[in-house]
Design a protein around this ligand. Structure first.
Ligand SMILES: *[C@@H]1O[C@H](CO)[C@@H](O)[C@H](O)[C@H]1NC(C)=O
Ligand SMILES: *[C@@H]1O[C@H](CO)[C@@H](O)[C@H](O)[C@H]1NC(C)=O
Ligand SMILES: *[C@@H]1O[C@H](CO)[C@@H](O)[C@H](O)[C@H]1NC(C)=O
Ligand SMILES: *[C@@H]1O[C@H](CO)[C@@H](O)[C@H](O)[C@H]1NC(C)=O
Ligand SMILES: *[C@@H]1O[C@H](CO)[C@@H](O)[C@H](O)[C@H]1NC(C)=O
Ligand SMILES: *[C@@H]1O[C@H](CO)[C@@H](O)[C@H](O)[C@H]1NC(C)=O
Length: 408
């Protein structure tokens, strides 16, 4: 915090400084919900990723979100599976709320600068290779672990090219196929096990996370979410695909014109069959989690997605009982896609499926409220990105296991 304030002061003349400081300390909530002007002052050098409303291509929690959030009762969520139970209280608007937008901007700038040094010569590297053959969310979480290994050892992470990432339909077969490049340093040609090491992204487990000293006071949940967010910055092509999908299925054809809306992801099928979820939940059980809050905040637009097509029939029935209160948003994508079906597809088919996944993700993370299941790696991807954006109100099915675990 102190560092931030110092940087902040440097960007201002004395008179401006005085009035800004008064604002900063005169209202407890201002620190957490400052005006966008303040951020610009703090983070002028971060202009490549941040522009007062958006971080990379995603809209940060804004005044509209916080106004709505204040109408809702407090909720808390406990994240199990890490070094300790990390708790988030949705009413924590204090300066100590670690999911504040300032903390996010500081982390994203730090990560970007670590990965984009002014000079790459004599740097230490970790080459990420051997991606896990698992579901999309699971493989991403393991790449995040590998990135964490690189950072813990003060190394720049690079992807081995070509890689074997199941989801990448481009020549590099790495996450760079759909996300912005992890670094602008080129891949070192010599792997000497000293200056340049390799890290396999299919075995990882955060048994004892090492967090860089700058972030030593943050929770594991926060730190990991920041790494994930950095790695998943959409490439312009990926963003364009998501926006095209939205324009095709939503009226009006833009995400910004849907607010306020709730996004619900219903995860079932293999997750339930393999007992990674304790049970399958009916759509009605999901509605029971948020219906009261939705009405309190006058939210009636709902986006629903699931790999299970049956949820849309369930929706028709529920909405009839609710006198048609909800207006449905959905996209038409290939359904019943689970990990086992992906492995039988061609690289091109998988490439298209991944863009569909990332279109859905874009809609879910932009939602005002989100409803899902934290034992699903997919729902956790969404949850983590939302936390980074400053949206901390949870609606999760009552699953109590593996909430932050690495594999599932
Ligand atoms: C900020 O960036 C977003 C996404 O890149 C863009 O849509 C938006 O128009 C930009 N806003 C301003 C104020 O420049
Ligand atoms: C990488 O990006 C940084 C920050 O934008 C820049 O200073 C540096 O020159 C770039 N390095 C290369 C090799 O392009
Ligand atoms: C990708 O690889 C194929 C086959 O090696 C090659 O023909 C093509 O030009 C490459 N595409 C790009 C964009 O480098
Ligand atoms: C490892 O690399 C460092 C520089 O990064 C060098 O000083 C040291 O001698 C190297 N050790 C070996 C065993 O090569
Ligand atoms: C972490 O917390 C300790 C104890 O409150 C404090 O002394 C230290 O400066 C903090 N470190 C950072 C990097 O904020
Ligand atoms: C919700 O809508 C009702 C009816 O239009 C209105 O009376 C009420 O003030 C609204 N509540 C909020 C919190 O916007």
């Amino acid at each position: 915090m102190l560092i931030l304030i110092c940087v902040f002061l440097l960007g201002l003349t004395f008179n401006e400084t005085k009035s800004k400081i008064v604002t900063l300390f005169s209202s407890g909530k201002i620190l957490n919900i400052p005006s966008s002007k303040d951020y610009i002052q703090v983070l002028r050098p971060f202009s490549y990723g941040y522009n007062s409303t958006h971080l990379w291509s995603l809209r940060l929690a804004d005044e509209n979100y916080f106004r709505l959030a204040k109408l809702l009762p407090c909720r808390s969520v406990e994240y199990y599976g890490g070094p300790k139970v990390d708790k988030i209280d949705s009413c924590d608007h204090s300066a100590t709320n670690e999911f504040s937008i300032q903390n996010t901007l500081q982390a994203q700038k730090w990560l970007y600068e670590h990965q984009h040094p002014i000079d790459c010569t004599n740097k230490r590297f970790a080459v990420i290779q051997n991606y896990a053959e698992s579901g999309f969310g699971s493989t991403i979480h393991q790449i995040v672990w590998a990135f964490g290994v690189a950072l813990a050892d003060n190394r720049i992470a690079v992807y081995r090219i070509p890689g074997n990432w199941l989801y990448g339909d481009c020549n590099s077969s790495s996450p760079d196929c759909v996300f912005l490049p992890i670094t602008n340093c080129s891949i070192p040609s010599k792997l000497d096990g000293n200056q340049t090491i390799t890290v396999n992204a299919n075995i990882g487990h955060w048994s004892k996370p090492i967090i860089p000293s700058t972030f030593q006071n943050r929770t594991f949940n926060w730190y990991r979410a920041q790494l994930l967010f950095y790695l998943m910055r959409y490439k312009p092509e990926t963003l364009a695909y998501a926006q095209h999908t939205i324009a095709k299925f939503f009226k009006p054809p833009s995400i910004d014109l849907q607010h306020p809306y709730i996004a619900v992801y219903v995860r079932r099928s293999d997750k339930v069959r393999k007992k990674e979820m304790s049970q399958s939940y009916t759509l009605k059980q999901y509605f029971d989690l948020f219906d009261g809050d939705a009405r309190r905040a006058n939210i009636s637009t709902i986006y629903i997605n699931s790999e299970d097509e049956k949820v849309f029939n369930e929706f028709v029935k529920i909405n009839k009982e609710k006198q048609g209160y909800y207006k449905l948003l959905s996209i038409t994508v290939e359904r019943n896609i689970v990990f086992a079906s992906l492995t039988h597809m061609t690289k091109e088919q998988r490439g298209k499926i991944v863009l569909e996944f990332l279109s859905d993700l874009f809609i879910e993370v932009n939602a005002d409220l989100h409803v899902g299941t934290l034992t699903s790696n997919w729902c956790r991807l969404v949850d983590e990105i939302r936390l980074v954006l400053g949206k901390i109100i949870p609606f999760n099915t009552p699953e109590k296991k593996f909430l932050m675990d690495w594999r599932r």
